[in-house]
Design a binder for this molecule. Structure first.
Ligand code: SF4
Length: 384
């Protein structure tokens, strides 16, 4: 089996440092480890060269680069510049390569913004999370509403034209009315992209423990659905296309790196806890994950790629693709499984089409607007 078209290749760089741990967060993020910054940056560069050697035959250029975390803005701006310089020397970039940096308001000073721009960062994703001080305190965030607004203003005035704000909704005690006010204000900031996530309770977090002990009440299912529907409707009305279940973009502002991930493209992940996914020309998908332990990352060898079965790769391709408005690309699915999704899952696909939850054409399989709030059930019925 050979693939019909090479998928794009992007680079994800994980920077796990944070000021403190937010009580809902289960990402690989570490307070109090900034003392390891320079050793970590040096290790990232070693890892980058390691993968360049490992995939020496691959001639693709980098389509996008994404600094995620953690809080990448917490690092010295010169560290971001050093990493990017090493990337350019190791792996050629496509012209106009999107280079995103995740930033939080409390570490987003204007002097840093200037250095980021100089280094080549051309997109910033700002972790605003809420525009209400009470909600920010509940979420355990170190910034306040004024700090969030100042950071957004500073980025715009520094000349960044591709900006995202992350927002969290469906938090304890939140009303739809107050969310409408925050969302209106977020739209008024004039950023081209918004990511809006419902609060989820992750295993092992303080929020999950509080909820289990009956000390935290989340909105019920009906209210959560109302938040979800309202957010999509309101943002669509204000010119933000819901191009992924939680992501909304004005024309030309969709995130390339994340888009490639959802389209089941290839990505090289470097850093502690980072994941990678690679497809070779013979249609085999490879995966790896570095241990989510900074000390181990600094001293031990990097992860070894493991081969995914066609079934595993096909499931991942469907799970990712159905999150997006454009849906699963049938050619990409054929490329990783050797069979066509509609032919392989014919009765299940048709059942979902008849129920008004899926749409199919010659190139793609996508979830309808009715199906979008029942995504988990659709994926389960299709490939579970
Ligand atoms: S700032 Fe982000 S990555 Fe860091 S602890 Fe909070 S939610 Fe997690």
């Amino acid at each position: 089996m050979t693939r019909e078209v090479d998928p794009p290749l992007t680079l994800y760089i994980h920077l796990p440092f944070c000021i403190r741990k937010c009580p809902y967060c289960d990402f690989h993020s570490l307070p109090d480890r900034l003392g390891d910054e320079s050793a970590y940056v040096a290790r990232l560069i070693v890892e980058l060269r390691h993968w360049r050697g490992f995939f020496a035959q691959d001639t693709r250029l980098l389509h996008a680069i994404f600094f995620g975390g953690g809080t990448p803005s917490l690092l010295q701006a010169s560290s971001i510049g050093s990493i990017l310089e090493a990337v350019r020397l190791t792996w050629p970039l496509e012209p106009g390569c999107e280079i995103t940096l995740e930033a939080n308001p409390e570490s987003c000073q204007r002097e840093k913004m200037a250095v980021w721009r100089e280094a080549g960062i051309n997109r910033v994703s700002l972790g605003i999370q809420a525009l209400d001080d009470q909600r920010l305190r509940l979420l355990g965030r170190p910034h306040d509403r004024a700090g969030a607004l100042e950071a957004a203003r500073g980025l715009l005035e520094s000349g960044f034209t591709h900006l995202n704000a992350d927002l969290i909704y469906a938090t304890p005690g939140q009303s739809l009315d107050s969310w409408r006010g925050e969302l209106r204000e977020a739209v008024g900031l004039g950023l081209g992209h918004l990511s809006c996530y419902a609060l989820t309770l992750e295993e092992g977090t303080p929020f999950q423990a509080r909820h289990a002990a009956g000390r935290m009440v989340l909105p019920d299912e009906a209210l959560s659905l109302a938040f979800f529907g309202f957010t999509r409707h309101f943002l669509a009305e204000h010119g933000y296309e819901p191009y992924e279940i939680s992501n909304f973009a004005r024309a030309g502002q969709a995130c390339r790196h994340n888009g490639n991930y959802w389209a089941y493209g290839d990505y090289l992940g470097i850093g502690s806890g980072a994941h990678g996914k690679w497809s070779d020309g013979a249609g085999v998908t490879w995966r790896w994950a570095n241990p989510a332990d900074l000390s181990v990352y600094l001293r031990e060898s990097f992860a070894t790629p493991e081969r995914l079965s066609a079934r595993e790769a096909g499931m991942e391709c469907v799970m990712m693709g159905l999150r997006t408005r454009v849906g699963v690309e049938r050619a990409r699915y054929r490329g990783v499984t050797g069979v066509d999704l509609v032919e392989a899952c014919g009765a299940r696909v048709m059942g979902l089409v008849e129920a008004g939850l899926l749409e199919v054409d010659g190139e793609r399989v996508r979830v309808t607007e009715v199906g979008v709030s029942r995504l988990d059930g659709i994926v389960e019925r299709l490939v579970g």
